[in-house]
Every structure is written in structure tokens, then in C-alpha cells.
Design a protein around this ligand. Structure first.
Ligand SMILES: [Zn+2]
Length: 339
């Protein structure tokens, strides 16, 4: 094992990999580690490929429980302690439907980052992952066979936002439209289809905030099950969808920023109780919003968007940006827009 120090953070490069990986390639490996820890309920953060304190805590707990040396490093022993989730290494086989393990989770992370959401990065190669692989292959001009071999992995790694380059804008992030944890996840089986968003249960009448900067492109009742629905168009082909609202307060053409109130939680349409159905689409393909969600909740009084006490709008934006991730440009852009 090699330890590479980058920006003051220790990043792991695992020799179990088929090829000597460049330093930055470890992001997919960290994502696989986070996915494995999440599967063992030792990690509650996002599968974002960034090894932060939560990830280290998860490794520590695992190592302590298994009587391993508690060093926070996912070495061979620790990888073994992860069971099927800890193997095999990315690139050691051609992945296909039914496969599971470390490499599948890494693949799912790479797909997510390429904008070809595969649902949760859970290490299980199911239908959503297969479709995502085929989409990514088609986008890259590779034979779309849904099998993830070396060519597909290399293409995912070198594509936009790939490991080989520092992405100019970073991954897209959204604010949480309402408070509370996610109930029904993306990809959950439904009657003859899979869940295209996430459900966040909240009391009827809870205000809903726009998840990021954009323009309202739909604000009406939808007969397809969404009930009262608001759709916001963002940049780079992203749209965010808010379903089952009791009341819509947004209008088509309205320019919103993160936190602009667009309506209230309800149970209109195909809903058994009050909750927000939150969906994110990339070029009209639903993707798992969970990994894109910041911890910050968007819904808040509109007055907090006005000029701050010091530094005016810039000061407010700076403070918010510092709290959020530096690369959350959809969520954070123009947070303090004049209204
Ligand atoms: Zn839903």
C-alpha cells in the first residue's frame, strides 16, 4: 500500500488494483469503501469519493470491532473484513448483471459522476446499473452492451470530470428542498416500474424550497401520479421535480434561487400520505438525487436571502459557500440574488 499525501489529506492507493493508479484515481476507490461501510451501517455520509472524518470514523469502528489495528487505512485486512463488499478490485474483471462487490460500487460512483445515474452506489449490479452502463457506452461511442470492462472503465475515468483532470466546475449539488431524512429511495421497486426519485416524508404544509438556481418550467396538476407538480430547469441539462404538493406557489417562468419557496408538502396525486417526491433528471433521465444533496436545507424564510449585515450580498454568498461545498454551483450560485 502506498500513502499519497494530497492537500494535507491522506489518500489511499491500493496495490490490489490491477494497474498502478494515479493519485487522483483513488476517488472511485474511496467511493467503493464508503459504499461498503454504508452497507455495514458504519457510514452515514454521501458516497462522494472524498475521504473525510465520517469515512475515517467508519473504518475505525470496523477495525475496532474486528480486532484489527485501528489505523483508519483500508488495507488488505480491512478490505477482507468488509466481506463481499471489499472485493474484487476495480478492473480485475468484466462486470455484468448480477455481479456485486467493491468494483461494482466504484463503477456506480463513476457512472454517477458521468451524469449517468445508476441509482444507489450499493455494490449490486442490477438493471439500473446495466442501463446506466449502456447509456455511458452509447455516450462514449463504445458498443452499448451493458458489460463494464476495461474500455468502459477507462472511458468513464477519463471523461468529463474524470480522474485524469481536475473538473472545472465539480459535481452538481442541490440543497435539500425540505427537512428530514429520505424515506423511499431512488430505484425502489414499484408496480411495474422503479421509483424515479426520493420520497421525503414531512407534515402537510411544510414549505418547500427550490433546490438550486433555475427557472420554473412546470407548475400545475399532473395526472400521471405526481399530483401538484413543480419542475425547475437548471443549467447543464438538469431539472428538479417536486411532486404531491398541497399548494403550488411558483409560476412558470419564475426565476428561482436555492431556497425560493415553490409550494407546500401535500399528498395530491398518487401518494398515500404527505411527503415530497423529489426527483432530479439529467437530460430527462432520472438520476439518484441522494448523492447530489447537500446537508443544507433549502426551505427557509425568503427574507434570509436579502442583504446580510456585513459584506452585503457578497458576504452572504461567501458565508453560505463556505458552509456548503465549494463546487455546489447549482445550489450555491446566486444564493443572494436581488429580489
Ligand atoms: Zn416518490
Amino acid at each position: 500500500m502506498r500513502l499519497l499525501r494530497r492537500g494535507g489529506v491522506v489518500v489511499l492507493a491500493l496495490v490490489a488494483l490491477a494497474a498502478p493508479a494515479p493519485a487522483a484515481a483513488s476517488t472511485a476507490e474511496v467511493a467503493a469503501l464508503q459504499s461498503a461501510l454504508q452497507g455495514l451501517r458504519l457510514y452515514s455520509g454521501f458516497v462522494d469519493g472524498i475521504k473525510g472524518p465520517l469515512t475515517r470514523d467508519g473504518i475505525h469502528t470496523l477495525q475496532r470491532r474486528r480486532g484489527l489495528r485501528v489505523d483508519g487505512i483500508a488495507g488488505p485486512e480491512t478490505r477482507r473484513a468488509l466481506g463481499w463488499r471489499g472485493r474484487p478490485g476495480l478492473g480485475s474483471r468484466v462486470m455484468r448483471s448480477g455481479d456485486k462487490g467493491w468494483d461494482v460500487a466504484a463503477l456506480q460512483f463513476l457512472l454517477q459522476r458521468a451524469g449517468q445515474g445508476a441509482g444507489r452506489a450499493d455494490g449490486l449490479f442490477g438493471p439500473l446499473t446495466r442501463e446506466a452502463v449502456a447509456r455511458a457506452q452509447e455516450a462514449a461511442g463504445i458498443t452499448a452492451d451493458g458489460l463494464a470492462g476495461p474500455v468502459t472503465i477507462r472511458s468513464l475515468r477519463s471523461g468529463a470530470g474524470g480522474d485524469g483532470e481536475a473538473p472545472p466546475t465539480g459535481p452538481v449539488r442541490f440543497l435539500r428542498p425540505v427537512p428530514g431524512p429520505i424515506g423511499d429511495p431512488f430505484g425502489a421497486p414499484r408496480n411495474g416500474y422503479t421509483h424515479t426519485g426520493v420520497d421525503i416524508p414531512d407534515p402537510e404544509g411544510t414549505p418547500i424550497g427550490a433546490a438550486g438556481v433555475g427557472t420554473v418550467i412546470y407548475a400545475a396538476y399532473n395526472g400521471g401520479g405526481y399530483g401538484n407538480l413543480v419542475v425547475i430547469g437548471h443549467r447543464l441539462g438538469y431539472t428538479s421535480w417536486y411532486g404531491h404538493l398541497s399548494t403550488i406557489t411558483a409560476y412558470v417562468g419564475e426565476e428561482v434561487v436555492g431556497g425560493t419557496r415553490i409550494g407546500y408538502v401535500g399528498s395530491t396525486g398518487d401518494a398515500s400520505g404527505p411527503h415530497l417526491h423529489f426527483e432530479v433528471r439529467h437530460y430527462d433521465t432520472p438520476i439518484d438525487p441522494a448523492p447530489l444533496l447537500l446537508s443544507t436545507v433549502a426551505a427557509r424564510p425568503a427574507t434570509t436571502l436579502r442583504r446580510g449585515p456585513s459584506g452585503g450580498c457578497d458576504g452572504v454568498n461567501r458565508a453560505r459557500r463556505a458552509r456548503a461545498r465549494h463546487d455546489d454551483w447549482i445550489a450555491g450560485e446566486r444564493l443572494c440574488a436581488e429580489r
